[in-house]
Design a protein around this ligand. Structure first.
Ligand code: TGC
Ligand code: FAD
Length: 391
């Protein structure tokens, strides 16, 4: 099916963007239409990660959009980064996952907490996709509560010995490097850069997913892995370090989810105009108009939320709780729109001829990872009341 996507801009939000933002977005949109749309449905059906798209993701600036150019990043502002995530997730949430992980969860901690030698060694190659990375925080018994992780390392002279397991890790099956969060002997969390060929390190793939099928997910298993001390990120420790990375990735997801929602809305609008029942387009019926009108309203609200968050982020003013609100709202908005849009297409909506069902299934992961829908509500709740309702 030809990709005829046209982006909705009901409140003329484009007029709030710079020339550079529009160029970045157009380049990413053109790339998605040309390279992603023709193959992504087949990849999802076959549960295959399209590794052949990594160099294209790098070329549109999706690996390290907010990392300075001196380290190979694109050096964009927060809105440029957000627009890139939006366009890529318009193609598929799994591809956006790969970009989010590479940029916000691998390059960002190396850039923010790494030594100069670590930055020089890894960042330029991660920016081009020559090296691919993953981020290990979640464990089999510690998902929403990563602070209780049990993965740990012991001092052994010029290296440490790492043991433990991480689960549900995007990009794990093919990553060359993993940024892994583990506790030292005093129970303090540190970030370690683990390389694929280190002895005792394995990354079995997680199969049988109904969601993010074009993204590769796996475990990270560490059995007495010798990690050189020079691979420990020196500049920050404690749970706050991975949580800072999550702020960056959640910010991108707040924009990315708009892309998935736009694609569902655009598909449903076009279909409703073309599909004739009872001698008229279904778009001329009140019930379908209600669905479409509510979709464009919610997309517009989400666009404004993301744009304002982007301005705050550029000013260095965006808080964790504001990012949580945008991630939670915009992903839930996209989930609801995918469900409504699928109904507009009737039976055709369940087929791979259209992208909606794939987006719908993908978004079930997006609403769970990077902090579940519930966790983000509790973050907002704590922010406005001062009471911690997690524990
Ligand atoms: P809490 O006691 O609140 O905080 C622990 C320490 O961290 C500090 N801190 C932050 N620092 C910097 N930035 C932030 N955003 C920070 N938030 C908290 C805090 O001040 C404290 O510092 P200190 O010095 O006092 O120790 O932590 P908690 O254990 O109560 O947990 C809070 C909670 C539940 C909000 C947090 O654990 C959480 O966000 N849980 C959700 C886990 C999650 O989101 N996992 C995501 C895994 S990665 C992933 O899903 C990738 S998906 C692939 C893709 O991106 O596409
Ligand atoms: P749990 O924490 O067990 O939560 C189960 C349910 O309980 C949820 O509904 C939750 O909201 C609720 N709950 C938990 N605590 C509370 C509370 N205090 N009050 C009320 N309700 C609560 N992780 C990584 O580290 N790196 C990755 O690259 C990565 N990629 C992922 C890719 C995919 C496809 C998926 C699905 C997950 C990925 N994750 C990754 C893991 C993801 O971050 C976790 O799944 C998520 O944080 C939730 O943890 P959990 O699944 O263990 O659920």
């Amino acid at each position: 099916m030809k990709d005829s996507f046209t982006s909705p801009d009901y409140y003329k939000i484009d007029s709030l963007l710079t020339e550079e933002h529009l160029l970045i977005r157009q380049a990413a949109r053109d790339w998605v239409k040309k390279e992603v749309s023709p193959i992504i449905e087949d990849c999802a059906q076959k549960a295959r990660f399209p590794s052949e798209l990594c160099s294209g993701l790098a070329s549109v600036g999706a690996f390290g959009p907010h990392i300075p150019t001196e380290y190979g990043g694109a050096g964009l502002d927060a809105i440029g980064y957000g627009l890139l995530m939006q366009e890529i997730e318009r193609g598929d949430s799994g591809l956006r996952s790969t970009a989010s992980v590479q940029s916000s969860l691998v390059m960002y901690p190396i850039w923010k907490f790494g030594s100069e030698a670590q930055k020089q060694k890894y960042l330029p190659k991660l920016a081009t996709g020559e090296l691919m990375g993953c981020f290990g925080l979640t464990e089999p018994d510690h998902g929403s509560n990563p602070g209780d992780m049990t993965t740990h390392f012991k001092d052994a002279g010029d290296h440490v010995i790492l043991n433990g397991a991480k689960m549900w890790i995007s990009n794990a099956p093919f990553a060359d490097v993993a940024v892994v969060w583990a506790k030292n002997e005093q129970g303090r969390i540190h970030g370690l850069i683990v390389e694929r060929d280190m002895e005792g390190f394995s990354t079995p793939e997680t199969h049988n997913k109904w969601s993010l099928r074009a993204s590769a997910t796996g475990e990270l298993l560490f059995q007495n892995v010798k990690v050189p001390k020079e691979n420990i990120l020196p500049e920050k420790s404690g749970l706050g370090a991975p949580l800072m990375c999550l702020d960056s990735a959640r910010y991108g997801i707040a924009w990315g989810a708009i892309g998935a929602a736009m694609d569902c809305y655009d598909t449903a609008l076009r279909y409703a105009q073309e599909r004739i029942q009872f001698d008229k387009p279904i778009a001329a019926t009140q019930l379908q108009q209600k669905k479409l009108a509510e979709m464009i309203t919610e997309i517009t609200k989400a666009q404004l939320l993301a744009w304002r968050l982007g301005v705050l982020q550029n000013e260095g003013e965006a808080t964790t709780a504001q990012i949580s609100m945008a991630k939670r709202n915009n992903v839930a908005m996209a989930v609801a729109i995918a469900r409504e849009a699928r109904q507009v297409l009737g039976a055709m909506g369940i087929t791979g001829e259209y992208s909606i069902m794939r987006h719908m299934m993908n978004l079930e992961s997006v609403i769970t990872y990077e902090g579940t829908h519930d966790i983000h509500l509790l973050i907002t709740g704590m922010d406005i009341t001062g009471h911690n309702a997690f524990r």
